[in-house]
Design a protein. Sequence first.
Length: 107
Amino acid sequence: MAAVRYLVDDVGAAVEFYVDKLGFAVREDWGPVVIVERGDLQLWLSGPKSSAGRHPVQGNRFVVEVADLDQALDDLGATPEVVDGAAGRWAVVTDPAGNPVELFETP
């Protein structure tokens, strides 16, 4: 399943748009972060009070879940800021073209 994180100003308005207008369904609701999904796509809607909203590293991005964030960063030779959020730890790296990719580790 593909996951993308969008930083939004108003989580409620974003959920209403994606659920009511585009046919997504709510999968998880953590208050400042709501995960909606449609088919094989998860969209993580992160508001200003989420860890992503408080640490807006390079805006919207593709999300890759990893079992061990520290090992994944070591394998990439990357040293970005690691953020501890309510749902897990994450860091943003860039691909060779400069596109942001979030590596996310659940507890």
